[in-house]
Design a protein around this ligand. Structure first.
Ligand SMILES: CC(C)(COP(=O)(O)OP(=O)(O)OC[C@H]1O[C@@H](n2cnc3c(N)ncnc32)[C@H](O)[C@@H]1OP(=O)(O)O)[C@@H](O)C(=O)NCCC(=O)NCCS
Length: 261
């Protein structure tokens, strides 16, 4: 831990113009790089973009219609180099870590699995639910009532230690969601983990994100002493059934249904 004296020295260093310049450049580089990558994804032309940071993007190919030809690994290498440069400067100035490098470090295109954050993630997550429920319940219609109930239950779950809510973000966009809970059976005394909601955005499927979230679920339960996981999946949802089977889940009970006329 830093002593009070060290903290005050660091604070003074942080106010030096040179340091402030580099810190500004660091933030600018990161947000511009993210904007750039998003733009590439949308397939817009480089020419229409305000993103032109000399030194980082200066040597990229000239704008042309096929922007997707831009070398993403090369872009990532340059941005990482800019961050390394900033870190080197911090060492020269003998600064201790003034911010969480992991949070700032740019990871272009890399999935980041983290806890759900209500303010940042709720809109994306509720937006997933129409597709999610329509795929699993043939008659599903998204209503205001559904949204209110979903919002209420999720809000409650955020503060509940027996529930886990995670998302995967890529380039600051939420692309996948997992909501799990620990349940207990009052009659048998059994405790088990339950997968309540799992969703991967269609344009990010088949990249192993569903599996990654399920592994997270299992780690969550294991670390809390839970040794059994259950879930319900619609039999006409082969992607989900395959995912679970591949991860070792077996059918133990059948949920049966009959339409009454
Ligand atoms: C089910 C779902 C979460 C899978 O996510 P994903 O990120 O695409 O899955 P992964 O890339 O991790 O794939 C893992 C395995 O799932 C199976 N799988 C995934 N998509 C599949 C598809 N379209 N058809 C058949 N099997 C599929 C495969 O066995 C795959 O392993 P493989 O790539 O080695 O063959 C995703 O399709 C989804 O969000 N569906 C809509 C919501 C939903 O139905 N959720 C489950 C509710 S119970």
């Amino acid at each position: 831990m830093l002593s009070g004296l060290a903290i005050s020295i660091q604070k003074r260093l942080e106010t030096t113009p040179r340091y402030r310049y580099w810190r500004r450049r660091l933030y600018a580089t990161r947000s511009k790089a993210l904007a750039f990558v998003k733009m590439l994804r949308r397939g817009r032309e480089l020419a229409t973009s305000p993103v032109t940071t000399p030194g980082v993007f200066g040597h990229l190919p000239k704008p042309r219609p096929s922007v997707l030809e831009v070398d993403l690994p090369e872009l990532r290498r340059r941005v990482e180099a800019a961050f390394d440069e900033t870190d080197a400067l911090k060492q020269t100035l003998n600064l201790s870590e003034p911010y969480d490098r992991d949070q700032l470090k740019l990871r272009v295109g890399e999935p980041i699995l983290r806890r759900f954050n209500w303010t940042r993630d709720y809109d994306a997550v509720v937006g997933f639910q129409e597709d999610n429920f329509s795929l699993n319940f043939t008659d599903f219609i998204m209503t205001r009532r559904f949204e209110e109930a979903f919002r209420r239950d999720l809000r409650h779950a955020v503060g509940d230690r027996t529930q886990g809510i995670f998302i995967i973000e890529i380039d600051e966009e939420v692309v996948a969601f997992l909501w799990i809970a620990i349940f207990g059976n009052n009659w048998t005394g059994e405790r088990y983990g339950y997968v309540n909601n799992l969703y991967v955005r269609p344009d990010f499927r088949h990249q192993g994100l569903g599996k990654q979230l399920m592994e997270k679920a299992e780690a969550f339960f294991r670390s809390r002493g839970i040794r059994k996981v259950r879930l319900t999946v619609s039999s006409n949802n082969p992607p989900a059934v395959n995912l679970y089977q591949k991860m070792g889940y077996r059918t133990e009970r059948l949920e049966m249904e009959k339409e009454l006329r």
